[in-house]
Design a binder for this molecule. Sequence first.
Ligand SMILES: [Zn+2]
Length: 347
Amino acid sequence: MTRRRFLALAATTALATACTDTAADTSPVVHNSPTPAGATRSTRRRSAPPSPAAVHANELGLIPVLMHHRLVTSAAGSYDMTPAFFRQELERLYRENYHPIRALDLARRDLSSVPAGKTPVVLTFDDSTPGQVAFNSTGRVAGDCALGILQSFHARHPEFPAVATFYLNKHPFGLTGSAVPRALVRLNALGCEVGNHTWSHPNLHALSRVEAEAEIGKLAAMVSQATPTAPCGTLALPLGVHPRDSTVLAAGGRGGTAYRNLGVVLVGANPSHSPYHRDFDPMAIPRIRCSSHDSGRGELELGYWLDQLAARPDQKYVSAGNPARITAPRGRQSLLAPKLRSRAVWY
Ligand SMILES: [Zn+2]
């Protein structure tokens, strides 16, 4: 990723010719998927939001969606990270006012949990490897897995939710038998999202539509059987490869393997648009790689993008703390998705 590419991306979020200011009404956008059971809204505000200018609100700005793979004590590949790297990542996200949400929240355009002045961030984990989620002999989340590290961080910083999206394959986290549904129920109860990464992680482009539906549907069925009120709502493409017919991602299967996805996350390699931005596509959400294999500052990676966003804070999504409205500085009116104009507040 070059500086030029960042600036090109940023330009689509930045100054634009003015449209008509909108005297917003408060009618909410109707979403077509319920919040899964166990999803937390612990930081929902009850007091009046602050002045947008006081918090530099910009709800048309960029949102980092972070892609993690294996958590291992010695990083061997460019998708690995160590526990120390992940702890440092959380420290930096907290220090720089990020607030975790789930991929499903982004896909559904529901950022109501993000307090004023905070920037949403999505922590995603692919491949459901054992270092991501593990349980000790008493059934508690093990302290040295990624979820355990996130929970420990949350215990020290309660305003930073221990919320993440885990994209599963068969035998998630190395578990089998009844341990699988038990783990999925726990993740759901903790407010985490369980997403679809297909049953056996194939190259979807090499499959027929029927075969692709079977791969997505079989994993979706495993989750639906464990947590019927919280079916998979988003999908991460295995290998980052699209199927020949992308419509298979949104819905398919029948009976017990029927599925519906409201969002699809990609493999690379830049921040996402705000879900209120005219160019936001929930079926193609880009992600940024988190890896401690090298400096983590490559142009696809976490350090690079957090540096970029820190250097240009006016390009970041910053919540106004007013979920009924979409608040952004004047001059960015043309960046708002037209169907959301009735909710806009410009300052
Ligand atoms: Zn994968």
